[in-house]
Design a protein around this ligand. Structure first.
Ligand code: SAH
Ligand code: SF4
Length: 341
């Protein structure tokens, strides 16, 4: 059965009309899903029983089954493993700092991009998630947080998978989360990260979405970048950075460049200077994070000292850079550590 979350409001309205139901029923269901976070037909007590039964026989109300949750020692990071209807697994992560409740969600089971230092890349591609499977990750946490009087404050599309490889479903999911009649989650509080699929970046720019864009750069020259991110062979840095400049020009929005600092590989002052020369004048900033360990990659995280030096070199060359803390590493919930074994 298809997930009920796969439907847009117009599609749901059309279906209910076909079923001979009054128009307001679609709204009731929509509110049940996205404002009350109902997970089964029985919870929709405002609906007539016959309609509940028909919906339950037609749709999967809970396409994600939480199988296991792991919390970091400080309790601030929680990773949940979900089983999909076809028994594949995906992971999502909730990070709590201060008042923020940031959710990291997946768009694919596995990933086809094969970045060498990424656990998801190391497992290979299984399949795209449907829009409803993407939305369901958010609704799961929205319900859980809601029971504690809290809500999701930020969403990062940085879990398993390459969102621009699954463009349509990812954007449909974001649109559904945005819907003022439903969950009403602001696009500005969503950040999407891509490995750098140039045509998709251009499409995204043309759509002028309010979603924040992050690009996984990790290297300032093509040879080094391609040694870590195979997709760099297809989209050289010059093309990628040109697409980023055009994105900034079209949207007026700042781009984030992500950089996993690997000792002796891309944490050198030379890489920092080269990067600065290439992004000079662009409305951008660099998010650097020491590499998180994964089974299939031998590179080491940059030391604190080298990471600081990298940041300073960039800043001195006029490129803003933040060094991020590593979180949830011991439960394999850090960037690039999501995989189902
Ligand atoms: N596929 C998208 C989004 C998911 S990965 C992308 O690649 O951008 C989210 C971020 O984690 C990316 O910037 C990715 O390069 C980074 N990442 C992957 N493996 C990592 C690791 N082992 N340590 C630190 N960051 C990693
Ligand atoms: Fe895929 Fe992103 Fe991992 Fe690369 S870093 S393999 S694009 S999830």
């Amino acid at each position: 059965m298809p997930p009920l979350y796969d439907l847009s409001l117009p599609a749901l309205t059309g279906l209910l009309t076909d079923w001979g139901q009054p128009a307001y029923r679609a709204r009731q269901i929509w509110e049940g899903l996205y404002q009350h976070f109902y997970l089964s037909a029985e919870e929709f007590t405002a609906l007539p029983k016959s309609l509940r039964l028909r919906l339950a026989a037609t749709f999967d109300f809970a396409p994600l089954v939480p199988e296991k949750s792991l919390a970091s020692a400080d309790g601030q990071t929680v990773k949940t493993l979900f089983r999909l209807a076809d028994n594949l697994r995906i992971e999502a992560v909730l990070m709590k700092y201060d008042r923020r409740r940031t959710l990291c969600i997946s768009t694919q089971a596995g990933c086809a991009m094969g970045c060498v230092f990424c656990a998801t890349g190391q497992m290979g591609f299984k399949r795209h998630l449907s829009s409803g499977e993407i939305v369901a990750q958010v609704m799961y946490y929205a319900r859980q947080l809601g029971q504690q009087g809290e809500r999701v404050t930020n969403i990062v599309v940085m879990g398993m998978g390459e969102p621009f490889h699954n463009y349509d479903n990812t954007m449909a999911a974001i649109d559904r989360l945005n819907d003022p009649a439903g969950y009403n989650f602001g696009a500005r509080r969503i950040t999407l990260s891509t490995v750098g699929l140039v045509p998709a970046i251009r499409r995204f720019a043309a759509e002028k979405r309010q979603v924040n864009l992050a690009i996984s750069l990790h290297a300032a020259d093509d040879a080094l970048r391609a040694s870590m991110l195979p997709v760099a062979r297809k989209y050289p840095l010059d093309e990628l950075l040109a697409a980023c400049r055009d994105y900034v020009a079209a949207t007026g929005r700042r781009v984030t460049f992500e950089w996993a600092l690997i000792e002796g590989v891309n944490d050198t002052p030379e890489q920092a200077r080269l990067l600065a020369s290439k992004v000079k004048g662009m409305l951008c900033h660099v998010n650097a994070i020491p590499l998180n360990p994964t089974e299939g990659y031998r590179g080491k995280a940059a030391t604190r000292q080298r990471a600081e030096k990298f940041r300073e070199t960039l800043e001195q060359a006029g490129v803003p850079c933040t060094l991020r803390l590593r979180r949830g590493i011991e439960i394999q919930a850090g960037c690039g550590q999501l995989a189902y074994k």
